[in-house]
Design a protein around this ligand. Structure first.
Ligand code: FAD
Ligand code: EPU
Length: 310
């Protein structure tokens, strides 16, 4: 830390030196030096306002299922810890952004509400899913999103309905200091058994095509328009390419897996190798889908094998 944090920031509940191996599904990265975990929206707002006032850069973390962290991070990290509560009004379900994404999809299915079946296998938090406009099997969050609440980078609270252009494939404007606080999905009444069967079918498809038994961050690269990044990487002959404990999954080439002791440096190198070799083979530049947080001190040491907190 180069300068002291303001007092009002330090009033927000926080922990020090939490390994990113515990905060991400991939399990690499160094230490999160300052992890702020507000339990109310007012605390989250106090965090954002305090940082904005003194011009302190910071980041927001959800379930860490779309993140590759390279090294230690000195900047404060915000991870919402709002009370787990789902509210139903008619066929609409609302939940706080820190709610588990899969748990929300399961709650919708149990309530006989259709529309979130696609979400049943996507880990992380609701906030991360809205920010990423997460999707699968031809559906994505914007298809069901009826309204969402967020903080602006200045700490103002906004609640609105989605508008054209705000969300696209794995993309939204909710970056650079926006914090999703909650969201409401507009669903349709359906048969609970049929909805549960659809969730199970999607899970089954995932189980046969994705390496779910190894730590990973989902698909590493976005699909280029009309193409599958997984197929391009596969056709470049890269399945099984391994640097230390980081490997291009033999099951799905767009998943890089951590065999347990992979370092951030190994992942960075493997991603670069994949990118270069796909460019050579296909003339296509792959763009990361995962967020990459470059730390202050790229860690070369292996991470302890820790399970994720999220
Ligand atoms: P994080 O990884 O914590 O963060 C991702 C980004 O969102 C970061 O930029 C972060 O700053 C931002 N963010 C997090 N919370 C907030 C918030 N409250 N407000 C504003 N910004 C926030 N994704 C898909 O789309 N489809 C899939 O089918 C899919 N399958 C996956 C399968 C596996 C096994 C895994 C590990 C991942 C998969 N993913 C998939 C990727 C990932 O689960 C999604 O992108 C997920 O929505 C990320 O949510 P998160 O809470 O973990 O976000
Ligand atoms: N394929 C290969 N080799 C591979 C992987 C895939 O040839 O190693 C082929 C498959 O045979 C298939 C095609 O590529 O013909 C597409 O593969 P798949 O159905 O697995 O879908 P994907 O395009 O690789 C996308 C999303 C996933 C999402 C699935 C299901 C992206 C980058 N990926 O994968 O999302 O779960 O569709 O809808 O958009 C994520 O975003 O993290 C993610 C996992």
């Amino acid at each position: 830390m180069t300068r002291p944090f303001p007092d009002d920031l330090l009033k927000v509940p926080h922990r020090r030196d939490v390994p990113f191996a515990r905060l991400t599904t991939l399990g690499v990265g160094g230490l999160c030096r300052w992890l702020f975990e507000p339990t109310t929206e007012a605390e989250a707002q106090a965090f954002v306002r305090a940082c904005a006032r003194v011009g302190l850069p910071w980041r927001v973390l959800g379930g860490g299922s779309n993140l590759v962290v390279l090294g230690d991070l000195d900047e404060p990290v915000l991870k919402l810890a709002l009370p787990r509560q789902i509210r139903r009004a008619g066929t609409c379900l609302s939940a706080p952004a820190s709610h588990g994404h899969i748990a929300l999809a399961e709650a919708a299915a149990a309530a006989g509400l259709a529309g979130l079946e696609f979400a049943g296998g996507i880990p992380g938090s609701l906030g991360g899913a809205i920010r990423m406009n997460a999707g699968a099997y031809g559906r994505e969050w914007v298809d069901v999103l009826s309204s969402y609440r967020f903080l602006t980078p200045a700490g103002e609270l906004v609640e609105k309905r989605p508008e054209p252009g705000e969300f696209s494939y794995r993309k939204s404007f909710l970056t650079g200091g926006h914090v999703v606080l909650s969201a409401t999905a507009e669903l349709v009444a359906g048969d609970p058994a049929a909805i549960a069967a659809q969730v199970a079918d999607n899970r089954g498809r995932r189980g046969t095509s994705q390496p779910l038994s190894k730590r990973n961050a989902g698909c590493i690269f976005k699909n280029p328009p009309g193409q599958s990044a997984g197929r391009l990487i596969d056709e470049a002959g890269l399945k099984g390419l391994r640097i230390g404990d980081a490997e291009v999954s033999p099951e799905h080439a767009n998943f890089l897996v951590n065999h347990g002791r992979a370092t951030a440096a190994e992942f960075a190198e493997l991603m670069e190798q994949v990118r270069l070799r796909v460019l050579e083979r296909h003339g296509i530049k792959l763009e990361p889908e995962v967020e990459i947080w470059a730390g202050s001190s790229p860690s070369a040491a292996p991470n302890p094998q820790l399970s994720t907190d999220s």
